[in-house]
Design a binder for this molecule. Structure first.
Ligand code: GLY
Length: 399
């Protein structure tokens, strides 16, 4: 017995060492995630190469669901290919990035959607950033003018949706923040300089009216077209009007981090910190840090997750941690982003090669109330996952 006791005392130490050995270094996680995403994206690209005009959308009835360039998500797959090309520089990735980007072009004339940033800036915008192709720039500037037609001078906002006209006079959704980067880019790259004023006005008014006292966001704020003030604050994709729809919080956080990066305005940075705190400290954020589709969903923990919200939040937190590196919270932001990326890169969320209809991630939720795209892969989850991995990789390279 006497001989055994000292060994028993050492057991916790052995246990600790083996735990440490079991933790994959974050740079390995990143490389694995990028490699997997490239393998899946190339299989996806090859499967759709000869299906003219089509893009991946999701999985429906166990099969790949596709869309045309009229769907708001058409820019994410080409954008994902550009990000992967940025990292790996292979001619094959460049070829497919170009091929799927070209399919988005007709969207430059669309004036019936606020999603042109997602559609054009993520595809042609990334393509232009990486190749300097002047045709891409022309397409982007045309698209930005189309988007600007949705701006209402009197209200000071861009109209998000055209449906439900009898219910909402002038609906603005928090998601709309994500399209402002496109306008700011165009204003600085030879487009109409007023595009910048529009973007700033939209962000200012959203800051004023879209947030609750706890800095969670409403999904939809509809404005009275005469008073230019909110007439309704409701949800469309969240659990209820008072709930915190997970992707709404993600768009809000990402949107204000981006607006701070682009304008340097303190109010945007302050709001970004407040939204980040709401998410980070939320009691319903699960242990693996992948949000349920709504932070207030009624049957937590028996609710679907939204991997897309985690990918968007992770990407935004990494940027916020770098933009305000002096903040006491910067380390916590980076840690939460790392935790999210580790979970997304685990077998629980990261698909095996050849599975998941060639999407990278599993378990996102498009619209739970609409019973549409629940617990499925989504192109924007994959896009922001790759973006976040690349952002984290750059942070590590700086260290
Ligand atoms: N923009 C729509 C969504 O996030 O589902």
């Amino acid at each position: 017995m006497k001989r055994i006791v000292p060994y028993l005392l050492l057991l916790p130490l052995f246990f600790c060492i083996s735990c440490m050995q079991g933790v994959e270094p974050i740079n390995k996680v990143i490389d694995r995630g990028l490699k997997r995403s490239a393998e899946q994206a190339l299989l996806m690209a090859k499967s759709l190469e000869h299906k003219e005009g089509l893009f991946p959308k999701s999985i429906k009835n166990d099969s790949l669901e596709t869309s045309t360039n009229h769907w708001w998500c058409c820019g994410f797959f080409p954008g994902q290919l550009w990000y992967l090309y940025e990292d790996m520089q292979t001619p094959e990735l460049e070829h497919y990035a170009e091929l799927f980007t070209a399919r988005v072009e007709p969207a430059k004339h669309f004036t019936n959607t606020h999603d042109l940033g997602f559609m054009l800036y993520n595809s042609f915008g990334n393509g232009y950033r990486l190749t300097g192709n002047s045709q891409y720039k022309d397409i982007l500037l045309t698209g930005a003018q189309s988007l600007a037609t949705r701006y209402n001078e009197h209200i000071g906002l861009m109209r998000s949706w055209d449906f439900n006209k009898k219910v909402w006079q002038f609906p603005v959704i928090i998601d709309n923040m994500m399209n402002l980067e496109f306008l700011l880019w165009a204003a600085r790259e030879g487009g109409d300089v007023r595009l910048e004023e529009m973007a700033v006005s939209h962000a200012d008014k959203t800051l004023q009216y879209h947030f609750r006292d706890d800095f969670s966001t409403y999904h939809v704020v509809s404005y009275d077209t005469i008073t230019a003030l909110p007439e309704k604050k409701v949800t469309h994709q969240g659990y209820n009007d008072a709930s915190a729809w997970a992707r709404g919080e993600a768009w809000a956080l990402y949107g204000y981090v981006m607006m701070y990066r682009e304008t340097g305005r303190q109010a945007y940075l302050d709001l970004a910190h407040q939204i980040a705190s709401f998410v980070m400290n939320h009691p319903n954020l699960p242990e693996d840090k992948i949000p349920y589709w709504d932070f207030d969903a009624p049957n937590i923990p028996d609710e679907p997750r939204d991997a897309s919200a985690a990918a968007i939040i992770a990407s935004a937190l990494i940027e916020l941690s770098q933009l305000d590196a002096a903040s006491a919270k910067s380390k916590d932001y980076l840690q939460l982003a790392e935790d999210m990326l580790r979970s997304l890169s685990s077998p629980n969320y990261l698909a095996e090669v050849g599975s998941n209809c060639h999407f990278t991630l599993m378990h996102s939720t498009g619209s739970f109330p609409g019973n549409s795209e629940v617990d499925v892969p989504l192109t924007y989850a994959d896009y922001y996952y790759v973006e976040a991995l690349l952002r984290m990789k750059k942070v590590l390279e700086k260290k």
